[in-house]
Design a protein around this ligand. Structure first.
Ligand code: CA
Length: 104
């Protein structure tokens, strides 16, 4: 059973699975376009380009407009630790919707 189905935080293994699914062209980076596609499908509502850019920026350590796997995980984990959870909570909700559709 995967972690989020029990209401537990996502593990890094879970995130790796997600990341591979979200990385449409398999280049190892998520761009705003790729994240936008994910959000459109699993976000439960529409997101503006600004919101998507904001999420990318939150995890984008070298400001090149895309995030690698490590950056995504680090971004989520750092935000959790700081209890500044707005953005990561949003991303987590997306990931949980993703789970619900693919693993239940
Ligand atoms: Ca990509």
């Amino acid at each position: 059973m995967m972690a989020s189905q029990m209401g537990e935080p996502l593990t890094t293994d879970d995130l790796r699975v997600f990341f591979k699914k979200f990385d449409q062209n398999g280049d190892g980076f998520l761009t705003g376009d790729e994240l936008g596609l994910v959000l459109k499908t699993y976000g439960g509502r529409s997101y503006t380009k600004e919101e998507i850019d904001d999420m990318i920026a939150a995890a984008d350590k070298n400001a090149d407009g895309k995030v690698d796997y490590e950056g995504t995980v680090r971004g989520l984990q750092l935000r959790k630790k700081k209890r500044k959870e707005k953005k990561s909570a949003r991303v987590s909700a997306v990931l949980n919707n993703f789970y619900a559709k693919h693993w239940t």
